[in-house]
Design a protein around this ligand. Structure first.
Ligand code: ADE
Length: 252
């Protein structure tokens, strides 16, 4: 059964697609899906697209059309938790949609029909991802971020690039007041998590921190992705695959 590697950005995907054996590209739902073998696993690589709807469509296509047994996501995020700095890696344990607000009918952030605000990632796959990220960060593959750290916890997703100190401080304060200690913000993960929850598909996600979701969040973004985030993503994905039993069912 096939494992999906979903990337937010093309730069992160290139190296993985280049490393695939027997690679072929299939176009479906207006997207490219790259199929092949990596470290003894049948894999399909795809881009999530930007924003929650695009990411949910790609995820549903991976599950329905390609029958994937699990999804591993890589991308970048804005750090909003205390001590979550540029160059750090955040591994998601849970996701929440920070722009979901059906109050007063439902509590703020609660997903109507699901009875919860946060969605959990697959615990075993996430443990392996933490190990792979720790090893990548300790290896010093990115010399300019020698003191980078790996964090694990809540990532919040929304259809918004958070780019002001005031907006990120407000979001963090609102979430913390409700008991949600948020580490980072991005634009896709909670949509992938919700679609995986619907289908019972295991899911794990890593994000490299590209900015602090403040007024300079957009500066040097593509340079950072090319020189830092894509290196971590490739190393962590390959290490993760190495640790993952190729034939095991259900857990990615
Ligand atoms: N991805 C990377 N940085 C981000 C930010 N500041 N807001 C939302 N998504 C992001």
């Amino acid at each position: 059964m096939t494992l999906a590697i979903l990337s937010a950005l093309a730069e992160e995907q290139h190296g993985l697609v280049d490393a695939m054996q027997g690679m072929q590209c299939l176009r479906h739902a207006g997207r490219d899906f790259w199929l092949g073998r990596l470290h003894g696993h049948e894999v399909v690589c795809a881009l999530s697209g930007i924003g929650k709807v695009a990411a949910a469509t790609t995820t549903a296509a991976l599950i329905e059309r390609f029958g994937v047994r699990g999804i591993l996501f890589t991308g970048v995020a804005g750090g909003i938790g205390a001590g979550v700095n540029v160059g750090d890696v955040v591994i998601a344990r849970t996701f929440l949609q920070h722009d979901m607000d059906a109050s007063p009918i439902f509590p703020r952030w609660q997903l109507p029909g699901y009875g919860c605000s946060t969605m959990a990632c697959d615990a075993a796959a996430t443990d392996r991802l933490v190990q792979a990220a720790d090893s990548a960060v300790r290896s010093g593959i990115v010399a300019s971020y020698a003191s980078a750290r790996v964090h694990q916890g809540l990532i919040a997703s929304g259809d918004q690039f958070v780019s002001s100190r005031q907006a990120s401080a407000q979001l963090r304060a609102d979430l913390e007041a409700a008991g949600h200690a948020v580490l980072a913000v991005e634009m896709e993960g909670a949509a992938v998590a919700q679609t995986c929850l619907d289908y019972g598909t295991p899911f794990a996600a890593m994000r490299t921190i590209s900015d602090r979701a403040d007024d300079s969040a957009h500066v040097d973004f593509s340079d950072f992705v090319r020189t830092v985030a894509s290196r971590y993503a490739q190393r962590v994905v390959l290490d993760f695959l190495r640790q993952t039993p190729a034939k095991k069912q259900a857990v990615c």
